[in-house]
Design a protein around this ligand. Sequence first.
Ligand code: ZN
Length: 136
Amino acid sequence: MDILKVDHIGIAVNNLDESLKFYEDILNLKCEGCEVVEEQKVKVAFLPVGDTEIELLESTTQDGPIAKFIEKNSGRGGVQHIAVRVENIEKAIEEVKAKGYKMIDEVPRYGAGNAKIAFCHPKGTDGVLLELTERK
Ligand code: ZN
């Protein structure tokens, strides 16, 4: 498959406003707006860094994937996933499966910024939660 670039790095945080202080005031990055993604139970902030982005994720519920990640991580945030941009996500998913690896999402979902996304199963990626992203 053709990976175009690292689309973003997803970082789980306990409190988006608190975390943004570091990224904006110290790293001098600019938040390009916050968005709630209901389906994934997260509030997301994107901060462009060169031609990639940092995605800060705060859980909007006690039981969402980000809440679970933080719970497993002894209450702390951390790098939760890495996303790579692909040209055609349906083709990429088929290729992963055809080569014997598992997908968490066999059908793309819509993520923040209206991107089509699908997560690969961490079993095949050394425990890394890898997100395939297609953006037009
Ligand atoms: Zn992501």
